[in-house]
Every structure is written in C-alpha cells, then in structure tokens.
Design a protein around this ligand. Sequence first.
Ligand SMILES: NC(=O)c1ccc[n+]([C@@H]2O[C@H](COP(=O)([O-])OP(=O)(O)OC[C@H]3O[C@@H](n4cnc5c(N)ncnc54)[C@H](OP(=O)(O)O)[C@@H]3O)[C@@H](O)[C@H]2O)c1
Length: 221
Amino acid sequence: MKVGILGGTGPQGRGLTRRFAAAGHEVVIGSRSTTRAAEVAAGYAEVGHVVGGTNAEAADADLVVVTVPYEGHAELLTGLREELAGKIVVDCVNPLGFDGQGPYALPVEAGSAAQEAQQLLPDSTVVAAFHHVSAVHLDDPAVTRIEGDVLVLGEDREAVATVCELATAIPGARGVYAGRLRLAGQVEAFTANLIAINRRYKAHAGLTITDLPPAAAPTAS
Ligand SMILES: NC(=O)c1ccc[n+]([C@@H]2O[C@H](COP(=O)([O-])OP(=O)(O)OC[C@H]3O[C@@H](n4cnc5c(N)ncnc54)[C@H](OP(=O)(O)O)[C@@H]3O)[C@@H](O)[C@H]2O)c1
C-alpha cells in the first residue's frame, strides 16, 4: 500500500514511517517544507521505500495518516479536502494541553479530533488509530517489537479492518476494533493518562486489551 503521512516529519510521523516502510509499504512523508520532508525521508532509505513531499503529495496515497499537532489539524484537513476525498484517513491526533499539573485533555466541540476530521472531510472515511503507540519506540530501530494494542475506531468495517491489518503488520502490535468514532474522545484523552504514567515511571507505556480470542484482530467483526 502507498501510505501518506501528513506532518510526517515529527516524532510520530517518523516512527510510523519506519514501521510502515519496514512492513513493505511505500511511504510519502508530507510536510509544509519539501526540503524538510526530503531530508527526513532520506533517513529511512535503508528501511524501505520512503519519499518526501508536500502534504498534498502525501495526501495522494491509498491511505493517509494525520500526525500534526491538534492546533494545525482543522486548517490542514480543510485545505486538503479534495485530495483526501475517497481515501481512508487515519487520525492519531490527541488534543492535549499541558500546565503545572501535567497533561490534560482539551475539549473538542465535535467530540474528538477524529470526529472533527470526519466533519471536515465528508467525502473521506476517517478511522481513529495509533493514539497510544510511543513515537520513541516506533522510531527506535533497536526496539524490534512494539508490544501492545492499537485501538482502531470507525464507522466503516472495511476501513477499520484495513487499519487493523496495518497495525498488526508491525511486529508485536495488534490492531483491535474499539468502537465507532463517537468513542474516539476518551481514546484521545486517555493519552494524557499515559503521559502521566510515562513521567512518573520514566517509561513509554502502551495499552494491552486482555481476554481477546487469538483471532480477534485484524477483522472488525
Ligand atoms: N509523539 C507521540 O508519541 C505521539 C503518539 C501518538 C499520537 N501522537 C499525536 O500525533 C500528532 C503528532 O505528534 P508529534 O509529536 O509528531 O508532533 P509534532 O512534532 O509537534 O508535529 C508533527 C509535524 O506536524 C507539522 N506541523 C506542526 N504544526 C503544524 C501546523 N500548525 N499545521 C500543519 N502542520 C504542522 C510539522 O511538520 P512540518 O513543519 O514539516 O510541516 C511537525 O513536524 C499529535 O497530534 C500527537 O497528539 C503523538
């Protein structure tokens, strides 16, 4: 599959690039700067087929992942509405704030960043996923297995199954259907808990769902 990553030059985009490229996908790292995108892409030449480009060029893929900060989310997606029409758009944006007490979830009028994305992209199929996977682990070649579950939320079973497969192709990871998009708010917000855990225990914590039958993933049924 050709996977585009919007804002792919940041830690989360780079980490997913490494894992998707290693799984055999062609990856297009999107950026507001083609120079930056090309430089970052060059760093993955030995991992697989990775190129850099504009965010619009990254949007011209089979499946597109959004890895920009929440502040830039709505503006970026609004500007790429046409390019993203008919595509699966995987949103892993966590709307979070930080103050003296640590991380906290920002209120989102649409309910979640993923629901906001679906409102802004009526002709795309938005799936929420990869919120809880550590960018540090993803982009560390010494970490050979990304142990944990990737919660995958969406309305369209086929799209959810595709994203579950994308996650499960990462050694150690497993894509698990976790409900419809209206449940994405608490999934995004839970990242604040994980960051608090990471700060206390100096970890890169993830999430594992217990008691699933071995064949639970990657289908959405
Ligand atoms: N870091 C993690 O461990 C992690 C894990 C799970 C989910 N996430 C989520 O993934 C997203 C990206 O995280 P990150 O740590 O990689 O973020 P980041 O480094 O702050 O941003 C990623 C990239 O987004 C682009 N960008 C920044 N501001 C933008 C704006 N206003 N408009 C358009 N593009 C903008 C930048 O690329 P250019 O300057 O090259 O355009 C930047 O390199 C966040 O929403 C985060 O909640 C992160």
